[in-house]
Ligand binder design. Structure first.
Ligand code: ADP
Ligand code: MG
Length: 479
């Protein structure tokens, strides 16, 4: 009899604010330890928290983008536990009255078609600090720069059935959160962290099995691998007549292995209660309407529209809408050229390669859409060769130069199509290669490419290769 996996995810997302959730300290990744702290995030007696409205605005955007119901009132709660990275002795979060509930996200299922995951809740909370085990020999240091960083936690229903879909869902979630500019979702820097809950049951069974929770995974591929391994383990336990024990497991990415967390580490009684220092969080209908009106087009809608409007393949539309900035860039170039297919070819090909090399998103690239469009037009009208234009891209990105024609002329890249000059180069090459000309006449047709190459070389790359080929064919037939 076959088994079915059941997976639910808890995702922590760092909001893209410049300041912390309850104080004015800056949120800076990689700063010198304990540079961005104050009495509030250090938990000094008498310090009072005040909510950062920017964080609330971003959390609202996340909730609305995911179709959640936002509650007009939600409540800040204290989650009490002792750990050295938590100076107050409690984390301010939301518990029984979260910011938003419900909602769902549709994604491209790993096996094709659409998948959907319902969301249980989205609530706001503050992050803890970080323990550093490698700074001081034989001791652990604590860095509280991160303490108080604004997060949302997104909790899904146990709707996923396949580790590959857990990964696909996370990709779609990340894309959505990036589109609405809620978070940069950078897993390496910890701005997106995922805990995966998983159980198995016999196919056709309605009841949920006992779950385990996997923590400490730091990549989407790691999530998929850890889940596969855990599903196989649980199936093995059950098939041997054993029982799955509810526990928390820690993923070791280097060894690709799951270890049980010591049970003491997870046996918490958090003694949640409403935080007496903070008023109820109110979201007025007007704030909600404004947040809704400010939402941009979401990734799937944009992908469908771009595919339809510009007549692209599903694949191209998907590539071009991976990042919102790339989609913006593409639409600007396509609009300027009046040709979606042509714009798609340049943006998803050479421009994407350039962005990868420079490690820059499309909106940070000094080479702006009108400049790329101008260059593509020069290629289309035959003024500059395709190859020369591609070689020019890094330079244009480096200098931010916008007068493309001037650059092309200054570099001597204007293609020569003047018959007299082309013929002079061709004659020179054919005179110098009598032996090859003889072999060509005897049937070695592939030497044509060699002659074209030689003429291009003689012209310093300036000759129009299409015209050179035509003239060569004529001339070789005459001689
Ligand atoms: P807990 O009380 O242990 O935190 P919750 O009910 O809060 O569990 O659920 C936490 C996450 O685990 C949610 O994403 C939920 O969808 C998922 N989950 C709950 N029960 C199961 C189960 N039996 N199998 C797989 N996932 C589950
Ligand atoms: Mg839970």
């Amino acid at each position: 009899m076959s088994w079915e996996a059941v997976i639910g995810l808890e995702i922590h997302v760092q909001l893209r604010t410049s300041r912390k959730l309850f104080c004015g300290d800056l949120v800076v990744f990689g700063a010198e330890p304990n540079r961005h702290v104050c009495p509030v995030c250090l938990g000094l007696p008498g310090a009072l928290p005040a909510v950062n409205p920017e964080a609330v605005r971003l959390a609202l955007r996340a909730a609305l983008a995911l179709g959640c119901t936002v509650h007009p009132e939600s409540v800040w709660a204290r989650k009490n536990y002792f750990y050295p990275d938590l100076p107050k002795g409690y984390q301010i979060t939301q518990f029984d009255r979260p910011l938003a509930t419900g909602g769902a996200l549709v994604f491209d299922a790993a096996s094709g078609g659409e998948g959907q995951v319902r969301l249980r809740r989205i609530h706001m909370e503050e992050d803890a600090g970080k323990l550093l085990h490698d700074r001081i020999p034989g001791a652990t240091a604590v860095d509280l720069n991160r303490a108080g960083t604004p997060l949302v936690e997104i909790v899904t229903e146990p709707d996923l059935r396949d580790p590959a879909d857990a990964r696909a869902f996370l990709g779609a979630l990340k894309r959505t959160l990036e589109y609405v500019e809620v978070s940069d979702c950078n897993m390496e820097e910890g701005s997106l962290r995922v805990d995966a809950n998983v159980s198995v049951r016999r196919a056709g069974e309605d009841r949920l099995g006992t779950k385990t929770e996997i923590k400490n995974v730091n990549s989407f591929s790691g999530i998929e691998r850890a889940l596969r391994m855990e599903v196989a383990r649980q199936v093995g336990v059950l098939e041997d007549g054993g029982q799955v024990v509810q526990e928390t497991l820690v993923w070791d990415d280097h060894r690709s292995e799951l270890r049980a967390m010591r049970s003491k580490e997870e046996s918490h009684d958090y003694r949640y209660f409403p935080d007496p220092d903070l008023p109820v969080l109110r979201v007025s209908p007007r704030t909600l309407d404004e947040a809704r009106a400010a939402l941009p087009e979401l990734p799937r809608a944009r992908r469908a529209r771009i595919q339809e409007v510009f007549g692209l393949s599903a694949y191209d539309a998907d590539v071009l809408t991976q990042a919102r900035a790339t989609a913006d860039y593409f639409e600007a170039v396509a609009g300027a050229l009046g040709d979606g297919a042509l714009a798609a070819r340049w943006v998803s090909g050479p421009l994407q390669a350039l962005m990868n090399r420079r490690g820059e998103a499309a909106d940070a690239l000094p080479l702006r859409p009108p400049t790329l469009a101008a260059l593509v037009r020069l290629v289309e009208e035959g003024t500059v060769s395709d190859a020369a234009a591609k070689k020019l891209l890094p330079e244009l990105a480096e200098t931010g130069e916008t007068d493309v024609r001037a650059v092309v002329e200054a570099r001597g890249l204007v293609q020569v199509r003047d018959e007299g000059r082309l013929e002079a180069w061709i004659d020179g090459v054919l005179d110098a290669h009598g032996e090859e000309v003889r072999r060509y006449r005897e049937g070695e047709g592939r030497l044509l490419g060699y002659f074209v190459g030689q003429v291009m070389k003689a012209s310093g790359g300036a000759a129009d290769p299409r015209r050179v080929r035509e003239l060569l064919l004529q001339r070789l037939a005459e001689r």
